[in-house]
Design a protein around this ligand. Structure first.
Ligand code: CIR
Length: 252
């Protein structure tokens, strides 16, 4: 059974970090309802969900993806780039400890899980405002014994690498080519987002289906035309906090 770790939304969600979009009021009740539906969708996709309690004083803590990344052999606990998010890691480390040996990065390294794209033995880390080259170097050293190769990928105009591209399956990526140096990914097949939907490149493949936002109908159609089965969720309130489908869970 696939395990998914999620966390309930903080009462201070409206104080979230924002980098590329301007602040709009988030309806907390609606955001919680959308998040509950996201958890139901994970369960419908055969995930066992461990839902951590809300962190009252950590506005962005629903976005658990940024606190860790998980490999078959081990998990790495990150050191998030935004200071407001650094305290989010400990409760996630506790939740992951029964499932993986945990490794950590240390200052001056900072890295958000949203910047970490794992494609087999290749790990790509976005060069973002959150993730730096000290993190890339430390992660390469930590993962060398396990045979992983780590690359730093230039980004433009987006928060994280996984805003620009995500994995659809082992050979296929969903890509917004305007936001990342896509020359790293020539060996993969690409599905390009519809140009009218720049935020559409974030999808979460789970157990043969693709968890995908309802906000991007044109790109959704493209994915379906390629034969992928979508499980769609409305995350419009979480999008006001710059969140998307991958960032609300850690898939173990
Ligand atoms: C932040 O700026 O950190 C949050 N407001 C959004 C984080 C989204 N995380 C993700 O896409 N992995």
């Amino acid at each position: 059974m696939t395990l998914a770790i999620t966390r309930k939304i903080s009462p201070r969600f409206n104080e979230c970090e924002l980098t590329h979009i301007s602040r709009e009021p988030i309806n907390l009740n609606l955001a919680r309802q959308q998040h509950a539906n996201y958890v139901l969708a994970l369960q419908a996709l055969s995930c066992e969900v461990i839902e951590l309690p809300a962190e009252k004083d950590l506005p962005d803590s629903v976005f658990v993806e940024d606190t860790a990344f998980i490999l078959p052999e081990i998990a790495i606990i990150t050191r998030p780039g935004a200071d407001s998010r650094k305290p989010e890691i400990e409760s996630v480390a506790q939740a992951l400890a029964p499932h993986r040996k945990l490794l950590r990065v240390h200052a001056p390294a900072t890295v958000d899980g949203g910047d970490v794209l794992i494609l087999g033995k290749n790990i790509f880390i976005g060069n973002s405002t959150r993730s730096n080259s000290a993190a890339v170097n430390q992660i390469q050293e930590l993962l060398k014994p396990y045979g992983y190769v780590v690359a730093h990928v230039e980004l433009r105009d987006c928060l994280h690498l996984k805003s620009a591209l995500t994995k659809v399956d082992d050979q296929t990526l969903l890509i917004n080519p305007n936001w990342a140096d896509v020359s790293h990914f020539k060996q993969f097949d690409w599905i390009e987002i519809d140009a009218a939907e720049p935020y559409a490149a974030n999808c979460l493949p789970i157990n043969g289906q693709i968890l995908y936002p309802t906000d991007f109908p044109k790109t959704a159609q493209k994915l379906e035309a390629h034969g992928y089965k979508l499980k769609q969720v409305d995350l419009s309130e979480l999008a006001k906090a710059e969140g998307a489908v991958t960032c609300c869970s850690l898939i173990v």
